[in-house]
Design a protein around this ligand. Structure first.
Ligand SMILES: NC(=O)c1ccc[n+]([C@@H]2O[C@H](COP(=O)([O-])OP(=O)(O)OC[C@H]3O[C@@H](n4cnc5c(N)ncnc54)[C@H](O)[C@@H]3O)[C@@H](O)[C@H]2O)c1
Ligand SMILES: [Zn+2]
Length: 401
């Protein structure tokens, strides 16, 4: 602590400076609630193995509908391990998908449930579900008693390779994505690939967008791997899918632990390639587009933009867009061309909103070759319009023949 005070002055400053170490494991496993799988018990008891731990389980109702035995499996797991673990209430089911992040009453009811079961700061909220449920319940848990322990069990591709493994929580409000939220690292994450078996095709595809994203801006070898394995990935072959998730998760985690700005204090959000327009597209379509689907369109747009800026060549542009198309993404949506009364593209407001969300100056990642990104602070409306036209004609061509 530094200290400055002159003897004659009544003014003084104490500089407070400290850092808080964070650490959490991200496990890759299978059969997380199989009674003989002790990983979950070990995870929950790792800090105080001698104590009995209290756990409140919250489950994505979309997942529960696809796997009707789930609540029973959870109850059975806690019965078998009751010497170490106490399930404080019947698992709570909440609506899955973006509606979990669009309903303020849900946060209130979660907090009420935590209060009713008298969860304290050493008790656990175990969240099982997709990225939206993890974001919303994680936010509620981070604010109850200023933070109860959260263990996440992500059950979607996107949850396992991005949304469920990081430090961000939040819900949508006032017309903006993730307007209310916080940075709160989880206690642990358990990625179980068996969940993905019930995931609808649409969500399987959508989740791959974040893997393509992180390859494009961080890891050329991974991009080459995605390209070489695109048919296996599109067919959702188990081994390829698991590798894709592992590697994308590792790249996201490396950014958090070694990128120098885990709580995003700076203006840059280096992993948000394709996201300025994706967030806007999600809102403009009232979430008819999944996050991953919007990110795929946003990446196609910004890849073309990178090409127009001379940052990548035509062969790479073709490969990126072909990869996304072959994985199953549609790289156009009619709302891309929607205008306000003055003839301004509505999408372009996404640039201002992106800057406002981050604070500071506009900073948008573009591709600088495959596997590298460069942040730019200026974005040309005319170029964005040209990129949209290009996406439109490409889409029309592919649908006409
Ligand atoms: N916190 C972060 O760092 C971060 C990062 C990226 C994305 N996100 C957020 O994640 C959200 C998207 O998450 P998502 O792609 O996981 O989709 P999602 O959470 O919207 O889930 C999609 C659908 O799948 C259902 N579902 C979940 N698991 C299932 C399973 N195993 N079987 C059958 N159905 C299942 C859900 O009920 C829902 O209907 C967005 O809100 C996005 O903003 C957050
Ligand atoms: Zn994303």
């Amino acid at each position: 602590m530094s200290h400055s005070q002159s003897p004659s002055s009544s003014e003084a400053t104490e500089l407070v400076r400290f850092s808080v170490p964070f650490e959490y494991p991200v496990h890759f496993t299978a059969g997380v609630f199989a009674p003989e799988n002790t990983l979950l018990r070990e995870v929950l008891t790792r800090l105080e193995p001698e104590r009995r731990h209290r756990i409140h389980v919250v489950i994505d109702a979309g997942l529960a509908a696809a796997r009707p035995t789930l609540s029973r499996e959870v109850a059975e797991y806690f019965r078998v391990h009751q010497a170490a673990l106490e399930l404080v209430a019947t698992p709570l089911l909440i609506p899955g998908g973006e509606s979990a992040k669009n309903d303020p009453a849900l946060i209130q009811s979660l907090l009420q449930a935590f209060a009713d079961t008298r969860l304290d700061r050493h008790a656990f909220c175990l969240i099982v579900g997709g990225g939206a449920v993890l974001d919303a319940v994680g936010f509620a848990a981070a604010t109850a008693h200023r933070g109860i322990r959260v263990v996440r069990v992500p059950t979607t591709v996107l949850g396992q390779n991005d949304a469920g493994i990081g430090v961000k929580n939040g819900v949508n409000a006032f017309g903006a994505k993730n307007f209310i939220g916080c940075f709160a690292p989880p206690f642990a994450v358990l990625n179980d690939h068996e969940w993905l078996q019930t995931l609808p095709r649409r969500d399987r595809i959508a989740g791959m967008a974040e893997a393509v994203k992180v390859a494009l801006i961080r890891d050329r070898d991974f991009f080459e791997w995605l390209w070489a394995n695109r048919a296996a990935l599109a067919a959702f072959e188990s081994e390829a899918t698991r590798y894709m998730i592992r590697r994308a998760a590792a790249l996201h985690l490396r950014q958090i632990s070694s990128g120098g700005d885990p709580f995003e204090s700076g203006s840059a959000r280096p992993l948000d390639f394709g996201h300025w327009s994706a967030h806007k597209l999600e809102r403009l379509t009232e979430h008819a587009l999944r996050h991953g689907e919007a990110v795929a369109i946003g990446m196609a747009l910004d890849t073309r933009y990178s090409f127009e800026q001379g940052l990548i060549g035509e062969a790479d542009l073709e490969r990126v867009t072909s990869l996304l198309t072959e994985l199953g993404f549609e790289l156009f949506h009619s709302v891309l061309g929607a205008q306000d009364a003055e003839g301004q593209l509505l999408l372009l407001r996404g640039l201002d909103e992106f800057r406002e969300h981050l604070g500071g100056d506009l900073s948008i990642p573009l591709l600088d070759g495959i596997g590298r990104s460069v942040d730019v602070s200026e974005f040309s409306a005319a170029t964005v319009e040209r990129c949209i036209s290009w996406l439109g004609s490409r889409y029309a061509e592919s649908n006409s023949g």
